[in-house]
Every structure is written in structure tokens, then in C-alpha cells.
Design a protein around this ligand. Structure first.
Ligand code: GLC
Length: 743
């Protein structure tokens, strides 16, 4: 009896202990509210203010504010950007710990495609169509950034872009909302990992909200004018995917949308993001964008800018100083309520608690972890793997590629053949040492040590001098094969880098022509952050690889593909135009009342009389060293109710002699609908590894969600009728077709 009694007492004691612990375990919301009650209005406003650090700026510097460390000590700053490294961030955090309430700072940084180990630019990674690889890239970037004292990356950029004149096309996932949504999800999961509070997780930031990629004329920061239906159909899906994936923050964009700047766009931030989508994180403005509403002509001064922005849902002001200088007066003037301020502060403090910064403001400032977690062999190997997967084989006539490692001599020609830091592309960080970057020359030397490499730059990237042509031609004449490394400078694609002329710059195509005259087999590698125009090369050079900017392991990855250590399987995430005059051109266009049939149909059709109608290279295009056969298409049924689904299956065979991956793509077309629908829309894909001769049966499931669209009332609906189903290797390389009825 005593034994039972003591056991019971023991259990009772444990129960009481647990209950007490739970009672003491306040929720984050309770902690935020408790802190909020202690804060003065000035301290609340301080949390809404973000300053650039004392390192390089990523935007125009506005008026100076004196010592930022003193401002932080006065509780006037909630976050700092462009400060990295545990020592440097610690110095700023120490200042925050001297403020009255010791509210920690959040450190934000554009960790767009890697921190120390730089990965391929996002558009290149998008070409991999490999969500696992894309997520891994973001995961490693986050791990290194968090070890470096950063808690917040201003990524993923999820802007749909159809205009390659726009420099920031390099930063996103291309033109398609389906692919872009999957990539947005992968990147948010990669950056945030197992969740905020983990020491290898950083807050993601879906940007730029919204439709920034539709800037008229592809001119950065320009106006965006589109129907709300277009906004919902094409530009919002990747943002919704990022929100659904749990993105901790959003960043609004510089552009106006139909005359309302995004920084004060209540429809975007309050109606859609925080309302319909139930977003609980916070919204930061883009650099100075709140103050730039004066330039827009939307407000007359920073006082009005602050009022418009905070009331529309911009929680934090990056670098415009509008909030810190005007919100107190706006509250006094009853133009902004304390409740509105509190709502913004609550959102920001919630993330600081979730990051664990109130428990330990220095938890991300561990010098030993910084050393251990950055630039590891595993990260370097992963960067090489993602880079290989991002290289698109545009052309390979007569199977010129892969090259034999027994070749006697290769002439390696071009202005980018020995480049190193250029390989990192735009939005890369100045972390790590240039010697860690592998050039194409070095990669080829390592891959085929027996082959003699003759190097000749031939010309500069943008210069018009042809003085180097002769040396290049002579090198070609001594070689078995010529490999040419051509392209832009990395600073020709990126923010504020729109180009009206996207041809291969300088005299590079003249150099290619001159080298082709040698009669030797020529392979051209094109390096750029955007689709370029290179029609002579595309029409005359037998083998072309589009290598974008591949990051630290560029040279090894390019050599892996050149020599067949890796069989390329990437596909274009964006359409390549024949010339600038063809822009905008994208695959998921409407049919019009007078569609052109074929490249040269100009008989009263929607076409140019001086240009074939098709793009130079289509969305989804990308070759392999293998070939793939599609056959035996089957539908589980030919009619479906919207409560049902159709299973589509087909056989995919590797009919080549190399093991390789194929991205089999599923496109649908709603043949008759109101409003009309695109001639095709990507609704599924599978990246499949097949051994030579191997066949796999691939299946897709078509449910009503793949058939739905927004009607004129912006309702997400389906309409009964016939759907055309297309399966292929590219949007312009359809191998199997069928149709079915939605009843
Ligand atoms: C820049 C960019 C934005 C970036 C921010 C901070 O102007 O538009 O994408 O995150 O400023 O660097």
C-alpha cells in the first residue's frame, strides 16, 4: 500500500511540475505583448526602421544619419543590412544591447545564390528544373550565412520575367508561374530549413511584391500596367507559393502597379497578402522605396510617404528614413493609429523571438562555428553538382560533344576563358578568396591533363578591337578542337542593368566567325545572366552550351559537361528571342484571332514580316548527349468531372548511348474558354534518369486544379469543355498529344 501511495504522490508531483512549467512557458504572442506594453512610441518606431550598415550600399545613399551605432543605442533601429561576419555583426548587436529595452537587431543580407561558396545565379539553377538541387543550394547558403552572423536573406526573388532586357531576370526563375512556384517553395524551404530558431536557418524574404518583372520595356524600376487577371494568373502564384511555404518576410517592389506604388499598395499587402493569404510575417520596403513615392508623384513628402506606406501594410522602412522621421508626428496628427504601429512592431518582434534572439542576442556570433561551417568540402562539391545541372546544351550537331580526353590540342579562346571572379555573377558576396573560384581554363586542365591547351583571349567582352583575332585564329589552326568562352560581363545583368541591345557584346560574334573560318570543330560556351541574342553563333556553330554564371565551381562544372563526366539535362526556364524586336515573347501566349501557322506565315496573321515567328530557343528547350523516345501514351479516361482526376501515362526510353536525365514536360490547353486561355501551359514535369536503352513509365495526374483559372471576376474556376494534352521535351518539341473532356 505504501509503495502505491508513494508512486501516486510521485506522479502527482510530476504533473504539478509540468503544469507549472507550461504555465510559465509563455507563448511568443504573450512575450511580444508584454514587451510591447513596455515600449515607448519612439522605441516602437525604432523597430520599423532599417539602416544600411557601414559597408557597401546596395542602393542610392540618402542623407546621412550620423553614427548608426549611436542610433542603435538609442533604440532607433530594428534591423541592419549589409553587415556580415560574426565579429562585425556582434559589434552592432552590442550597441543594441545598450538600448533601454535591449531589443536585438536582425541582420539582413542579399544571400541570393550563396554566401561564401557561390552557387549558380538563380536563373541558372532554375534551368536545372531540379527542386532538390535548388533547395540544397539555398540550404547551404543559409547555413553559411547564419554561421556568418546573418539571420535574414532578401531572397528568393520570385518575380516572373518575360523580358530579357530587364537585368534582374538573372535573379529569378524565368517566365513560367508553375515552375516559378515550385522553385519559390524549394528556395523558402532551403533558406528556412527546419525552422527559425535553428542556428542554420535564416528568414526568407519573397520579393519583389509584386509584378516587378513586368516593368514596361524591361527597363528596371519602370511602371507596371496590367489587368488584375494577368496579375493573378502569372505574377502572384510564386508569391502565394512562398507564403504557403512559410516565408517569414516579404519585400515590396520599386514599381508602381497600375499607378499605385507597391510600397503603399493596400490591395497587394493588406487585401491579398495579409488578408486573403493570412500572412503573419512582416513586409520590408525595398531600398528607399517608401521615400521614392515622392518621385513617383504619389505623395508630396516623406511625411505623406510614411503615412501611405504604414497604413497600406509596409511594416519596415529600408533606408528611406521616412518612418523614423515622421511616424511620431503622424500618430500625434491622428493620421496613423498606434494600433497600426503596434501591428507592424508585433510582426517584427515575433520574428525576433522566433529567431531566439531574445534568449541570446549573440547566438549567431560564434567564431568557431563561422570557421567550421563556411566553405566546407561538402559545400564546394554541392556547388559543383548544382552548377553541372544548370548548364543547358542548346546545340550539339554531329555529336561534337562530349570531347575526348585524349585530344592532343584544344584552343581555348575568348575573353572569359580564364576569368574567375566573373563566374560568380551579379548578387554574389565578396566573401572568400578568388583562388577558390575555378576558371574554365583551370577546370579543363584538371579534367584532361594530357590535352595541350592553347589560350588566346581573342577580344575583350565589350571592346571593339579585333587586334587579338589573328592570334586566336593561329591558335585554332594548331588545335584539334576549339572551345570558346564568350558572353557578357557579370555586371551587365542584374539590378539597374537593363540593356536595350542584348546581343553578344562587342566584336565577339566577329571573333567566332573568324575562328569558324579555320574549319576546325568549334564549341561555344555562352556566359550571361540573361538570354542573349547570338544568331550567327546559333546558326553556324555546331555545339553551344549556355552556362549562365555558375559560381565558384564554374570551371569544374563546365569541364564535367564538356568531357562527358556529366551528361547535361537542363532546360531553358525562359524564352530566347531572335532579336530585341521580338520581345516580349513567351511560350504561354494567347492564340489571337489570326494566329500564324509556322515560322513564315504572314498572310494577315499576328506575325512580323521581317522575322520568323518562333523564338530562337524555346521555353523548356535543352538537349542531352542522349536521345529520348516518348511512346505509348495512355489516359485512364477521356472524360472527367471536376471532382475526378485522369491518370496520364507514357513510356520514356533513353535511346542514346549515355546515361542521362530528361525533363519530360506536360502542357495543357483549354480549347474553348471565357476569357481565352494560352495555347499551352506547363502543368507538370518529371526529371528522369535513364540508363542507355532503359525505359520507364511516367505518370501524371490531372485534377481540376490543373484545369482551373481566374475568370474576369477573379474567381478561381473551371469551365467544362475540351482540353488538349501535350507531352514533350520542350514547349516547342511536343512528342505525344491527346485530348479529354471536362464535364
Ligand atoms: C536592392 C534590391 C533588393 C535588395 C535590397 C537590399 O535595391 O532591389 O532586391 O534586397 O536593395 O540590398
Amino acid at each position: 500500500m505504501n509503495r502505491t501511495k508513494s508512486l501516486l504522490l510521485c506522479f502527482l508531483g510530476i504533473a504539478i511540475f509540468i503544469n507549472t512549467a507550461i504555465a510559465q512557458q509563455k507563448t511568443t504572442a504573450q512575450k511580444v505583448d508584454e514587451l510591447l506594453k513596455k515600449m515607448t512610441l519612439a522605441e516602437k518606431i525604432g523597430q520599423l526602421n532599417q539602416y544600411n550598415g557601414d559597408w557597401e550600399a546596395t542602393g542610392p545613399i540618402t542623407a546621412d544619419v550620423g553614427s548608426k551605432l549611436d542610433a542603435i543605442r538609442r533604440g532607433e533601429v530594428g534591423s541592419v543590412l549589409n553587415i556580415i561576419g560574426v565579429a562585425h555583426t556582434r559589434k552592432f548587436q552590442e550597441a543594441a544591447m545598450q538600448s533601454r529595452l535591449r531589443i536585438p537587431l536582425i541582420f539582413g543580407q542579399d544571400v541570393i545564390h550563396g554566401y561564401s561558396v557561390t552557387f549558380p545565379i538563380p536563373l541558372a539553377e532554375a534551368a536545372s528544373w531540379d527542386m532538390e538541387a535548388i533547395e540544397k543550394s539555398a540550404r547551404i547558403a543559409a547555413t553559411e550565412a547564419a554561421a556568418g552572423g546573418v539571420q535574414w536573406t532578401f531572397a528568393p526573388m520570385v518575380d516572373i520575367a518575360r523580358d530579357p532586357r530587364w537585368g534582374r531576370v538573372m535573379e529569378g526563375a524565368g517566365e513560367d508561374p508553375y515552375l516559378g512556384s515550385l522553385i519559390a517553395t524549394a528556395r523558402v524551404h532551403g533558406f528556412q530549413g527546419k525552422g527559425l530558431g535553428n542556428l542554420d536557418a535564416v528568414m526568407a524574404c519573397a520579393k519583389h511584391f509584386a509584378a516587378y518583372g513586368a516593368a514596361i520595356g524591361g527597363r528596371d524600376y519602370n511602371s507596371v500596367d496590367m489587368s488584375l487577371r494577368n496579375l493573378w494568373e502569372f505574377y502572384l502564384p510564386p508569391f502565394k507559393a512562398a507564403a504557403d511555404a512559410g516565408a517569414a518576410t516579404f519585400m515590396n517592389s520599386f514599381n508602381d502597379l497600375n499607378g499605385v506604388p507597391a510600397s503603399a499598395n493596400r490591395y497587394l499587402m493588406r487585401d491579398i497578402l495579409k488578408g486573403k493569404w493570412g500572412f503573419k510575417g512582416f513586409v520590408v520596403s525595398d531600398w528607399g522605396s517608401i521615400g521614392e513615392m515622392i518621385n513617383h508623384g504619389y505623395v508630396k513628402d516623406n511625411y505623406e510617404a510614411a503615412e501611405a506606406a504604414i497604413n497600406a501594410g509596409s511594416d519596415m522602412d529600408m533606408e528611406s528614413r521616412s518612418y523614423i522621421k515622421n511616424l511620431a508626428k503622424l500618430v500625434a496628427d491622428k493620421k496613423v493609429s498606434v494600433a497600426t504601429i503596434d501591428e507592424a512592431v508585433r510582426r517584427i518582434l515575433t520574428k525576433k523571438f522566433e529567431l531566439g534572439l531574445f534568449e541570446d542576442a549573440y547566438r549567431f556570433n560564434n567564431a568557431e562555428r563561422e570557421k567550421r561551417m563556411i566553405n566546407t568540402a561538402a559545400h564546394i562539391e554541392a556547388a559543383r553538382d548544382v552548377a553541372r545541372k544548370s548548364i543547358v546544351l542548346l546545340k550539339n550537331d554531329k555529336q561534337l560533344l562530349p570531347l575526348s580526353k585524349d585530344l592532343g590540342t584544344i584552343a581555348l579562346i575568348g575573353p572569359l576563358a580564364k576569368s574567375k571572379k566573373e563566374m560568380k555573377g551579379f548578387w554574389s558576396l565578396d566573401v572568400g578568396d578568388e583562388k577558390e573560384i575555378v576558371s574554365l581554363y583551370e577546370g579543363m586542365e584538371l579534367a584532361a591533363p594530357k590535352t595541350k591547351l592553347l589560350y588566346a583571349p581573342g577580344c575583350d567582352i565589350t571592346d571593339t578591337s579585333k587586334a587579338g583575332f589573328d592570334e586566336a585564329y593561329k591558335a585554332a589552326m594548331q588545335a584539334d578542337v576549339v572551345v570558346m568562352a564568350m558572353g557578357e560581363r557579370p555586371d551587365m545583368t542584374g539590378e539597374a542593368k537593363s540593356r536595350s541591345n542584348i546581343h553578344l557584346p562587342g566584336v565577339q560574334e566577329d571573333l567566332i566567325k573568324a575562328v569558324m573560318a579555320s574549319g576546325k570543330p568549334v564549341v561555344v560556351l555562352l556566359m550571361s545572366g540573361r538570354p542573349m541574342v547570338f544568331n550567327y553563333t546559333a546558326d553556324h556553330v555546331p555545339a553551344i552550351l549556355y552556362t549562365w554564371w555558375l559560381g565558384n565551381q564554374a570551371g569544374n562544372a563546365m569541364a564535367d559537361v564538356l568531357y562527358g563526366n556529366y551528361n547535361p539535362g537542363a532546360k531553358l526556364p525562359i524564352t530566347f528571342p531572335r532579336t530585341e524586336g521580338q520581345i516580349p515573347i513567351y511560350y504561354n501566349h494567347l492564340n489571337t484571332g489570326r494566329p500564324a501557322h509556322g515560322d513564315n506565315d504572314v498572310n494577315y496573321t499576328s506575325a512580323y514580316i521581317d522575322l520568323p515567328n518562333s523564338p530562337k530557343f524555346a521555353f523548356g528547350h535543352g538537349l542531352s548527349y542522349s536521345t529520348f523516345k516518348y511512346s505509348n501514351l495512355k489516359l485512364s479516361k477521356k472524360t472527367m468531372l471536376k471532382t475526378e482526376a485522369i491518370t496520364v501515362s507514357f513510356d520514356l526510353q533513353n535511346s542514346g548511348k549515355y546515361a542521362g536525365e530528361e525533363v519530360a514536360q506536360l502542357y495543357l490547353r483549354d480549347m474553348v474558354s471565357q476569357p481565352v486561355r494560352p495555347v499551352k501551359e506547363l502543368k507538370g514535369f518529371q526529371k528522369v534518369m535513364l540508363q542507355p536503352g532503359e525505359t520507364k513509365t511516367i505518370t501524371f495526374t490531372i485534377d481540376k486544379n490543373k484545369l482551373s483559372f481566374y475568370n474576369e471576376a477573379l474567381e478561381w474556376i473551371t469551365q467544362p469543355g475540351e482540353f488538349k494534352l501535350m507531352i514533350g521535351s520542350a514547349s516547342d518539341d511536343i512528342r505525344l498529344e491527346d485530348s479529354f473532356l471536362l464535364n
